[in-house]
Design a binder for this molecule. Structure first.
Ligand code: NAP
Ligand code: MG
Length: 471
């Protein structure tokens, strides 16, 4: 049993003034792992005050100084790689494969931030004027549980690149993962107040961050519903916002695709991070004429998908993060059945032998039309809907018929054709014949998948304010 009873303010581990505890429960066994003492609005204000004070000097640091801090942070996490993997598996129930990739993503955040600093010019000439790109101020970072330290590294590395200071509110469910990364960053020796982290509830700590006039910008990853609440609150003090929200990503398999390659990739895209991924490819669009072939291939791949203990290196789908998330997924499977979709494989209930954890059967629905709730709403679990189309135009139309627009996928043996289709999709990122991540390219959503972009020059400029000198 571990008790996390410290938060991080002004370069020190301090005991929060909040008095409420939250239980940390294993997703794999539902046994209690520990507890975390939650911060309150006063703790949040202390953290914001520290960040505001630190901003005065940190905003004036040179590129070389920021690069050194980023290098120190990278080194400090690299030393504890195994612990990051272990705690992600234990506390979050992320699979070994996910936890390993997630660590690489964390590392890459620092590497790409350093590359940006080496190449980006904070002063430009536009027209007759000098344009200065200056750090926006104190950034409030609010993040969910499904890739906690990945989000911390991505957003914090960008803030440091820009010369901003931060107050981070992670999910309280990620407290042990947060504790580990704090120990690393403490060792990295950032100036006091540059990084502050307050564990606590969204409606308490998150709400104070959204409201507080000393927060200049919010970078949020989470649900579209909470993103809208934050945006409404933020406008009162005209905070800048970057919102990375939900998705219902379409995966178009064109009729000339290599199905034996595209279908396993589609299953991997749907079930990545045990389906708890905003970018998961949850709508599989296949040519009507190929449906029977697709059904056979899918059944074959999914029946071999290993669900179980996230520690095992071969496990592809682990438990849902908590009971609530398990029930949410079950509820959606029931909704799909009630709407008249057909369960091809999977379905309701827990897989045999995995009754103690929050495990759900990887599920595939056929006979789905794009108006059903299972095709429109984000489920955030391993549930894939197969939708058929007759023509390429119809495939594009169905793909774009969604309120979301975070990611899309296209498979075709004719690369030119795939690119042509990809270029017509309303999505912030399209995976063409592959599953990848480019840390130097902007990431974010069209439509209700968000506002703004993260990563690359575009992402950096979301942490900068533009000052023009006319002389
Ligand atoms: P969530 O409920 O939106 O929570 C996200 C964060 O916001 C948590 O830290 C939460 O705190 C906090 N929060 C809740 N209410 C708040 C309020 N009134 N004011 C300020 N902050 C508040 O999302 P989740 O259920 O944890 O995560 C899953 C969702 O995240 C999915 O919908 C998924 O699509 C989305 N997501 C998006 C991306 C992306 O990059 N686009 C990536 C991953 C996940 P508590 O934990 O205390 O509730
Ligand atoms: Mg929540």
């Amino acid at each position: 049993m571990k008790t996390i009873d410290k938060i991080y303010i002004n370069g020190e581990f301090v005991t929060p003034k909040g008095t409420e505890y939250f239980d940390l429960i294993s997703p794999t066994t539902n046994e209690k792992l520990g507890q975390v003492l939650l911060g309150n609005p006063e703790d949040t204000r202390d953290a914001i005050a520290a960040a505001k004070k630190a901003f005065k000097t940190f905003s004036k640091t040179t590129k070389e100084e920021r690069i050194q801090y980023l290098k120190n942070m990278q080194t400090s996490i690299e030393k504890r790689k195994q612990e990051f993997i272990d705690i992600t598996i234990e506390e979050y129930g992320g699979t070994f494969q996910f936890a390993t990739n997630s660590f690489e993503y964390m590392r890459q955040s620092f590497i790409s931030a350093i590359e940006l600093l080496n190449t980006y010019s904070f002063t430009k000439t536009m027209g007759q004027s000098e344009v200065q790109m200056t750090p926006v101020g104190v950034v409030g970072i609010i993040i969910p549980w499904n890739s906690s330290n990945g989000y911390i590294c991505g957003k914090l590395a960008t803030a440091i690149t820009a010369g901003c200071t931060v107050v981070i509110k992670p999910s309280e469910m990620s407290a042990q993962q947060t504790q580990l990364i704090l120990e690393c960053f403490h060792e990295a020796g950032l100036p006091k107040g540059v990084l502050n982290i307050v564990n606590g509830l969204g409606e308490v700590v998150g709400a104070e961050i959204s409201r507080n006039p000393d927060i200049t910008k919010i970078s949020f990853t989470g649900s579209t519903a909470v993103g809208k609440m934050i945006a409404k609150e933020a406008v009162n003090t005209m905070k800048r916002i970057t919102l990375e929200l939900g998705g219902k990503s379409p995966n178009i398999i064109l009729d000339d695709a290599n199905f034996s390659k595209a279908i396993p990739m589609a299953v991997a895209a749907a079930y990545m991070n045990s389906g708890q991924a905003c970018i998961a490819g949850t709508r599989l669009l296949v040519p009507e004429s190929k449906l029977e072939e697709v059904k056979t291939l899918i059944k074959n791949v999914v029946s071999k998908t290993i669900v179980g203990d996230p520690k095992n290196e071969t496990t592809a789908v682990g438990p849902m993060v908590n009971k609530k998330q398990y029930e949410r997924v079950q509820n959606y499977i029931q909704i799909g059945i009630d709407e008249g979709a057909e369960v091809l494989i999977g379905g309701l209930g827990k897989p045999e032998g995995l009754e103690n954890g929050n495990f759900t059967k990887p599920t595939v629905f056929v006979n789905v039309n794009n108006q059903m709730r299972i095709a429109r709403e984000e489920i955030f679990g391993p549930v894939l809907s197969i939708i058929t189309y007759k023509t390429e135009e119809e495939a594009i139309e169905i793909a774009n018929d969604t309120t979301y627009g975070l990611q899309a996928y296209v498979s075709s043996e004719n690369h030119e054709r795939a690119l042509k289709v990809a270029s017509q999709l309303s999505a912030g990122r399209v995976q063409v014949n592959k599953l990848g991540h480019d840390p130097m390219a902007p990431f974010g959503g069209f439509k209700q998948s968000g506002i703004g972009r993260e990563f690359g020059v575009t992402g950096l400029e979301c942490y900068l304010e533009t000052r023009v000198l006319i002389q």
